[in-house]
Design a protein around this ligand. Sequence first.
Ligand code: HEM
Length: 179
Amino acid sequence: MTDSSAVYAAIRQFIAFDDDDAARLRGLAPLFAVHGPALTDRFYTKLAAEPEQAALIAGRVEALKQTHLRWLAELFAGDYGERYFAERWRIGLAHVRVGVRPWWVEAVTSFLRSEGLALLEAHIDDPAARVAAARSLLKILDLDLMIINLAYADDRVDRLCRFTGMSRKLIERCIAQGG
Ligand code: HEM
């Protein structure tokens, strides 16, 4: 995870996610606090419409909605350092553990992008402010997705280590050299 945390910092820098993005996202918190519950409802309706996802969330949708709302609140809390990374990594591993296949996380992130942008279109009149807010929103959703993907990738290497008894270093060398 230490390496992944460094990757997170490098990606943040690469996509120029800066203090202005953090401030803009904090500024969006009230909007998403009001519309978050409806967005969360649609998120789980979307998952429930796909059989594999429906099976994973069956019987626990109301509890999951609460954790999803907390996730949403943190998305706009304005703090995107180490603590944020560690918490998002933990959330990523929760999905690995229950067997959510990674491409569904990608797919539903696309849904979150569309829903988020629709909210900005509906509620921010000034075009320049709307575009700036959209850019910051897309950046943080991409960062969240990247952290989850890093957690999935890390877990796969762990599994290979356990299964083969090989060291992590050796497994990573095999991957780098194409086996
Ligand atoms: C970007 C997309 C997603 C976000 C932001 C998200 C958010 C969350 C959060 C915050 C938790 C609580 C984790 C914890 O505190 O331990 C959670 C758990 C869970 N999510 Fe997601 N989720 C996403 C995608 C998905 C997808 C595609 C599925 C597919 C069914 C899914 C199913 C679940 C399940 C079953 C749990 C419970 C995990 C457990 O039992 O520990 N999530 N999700």
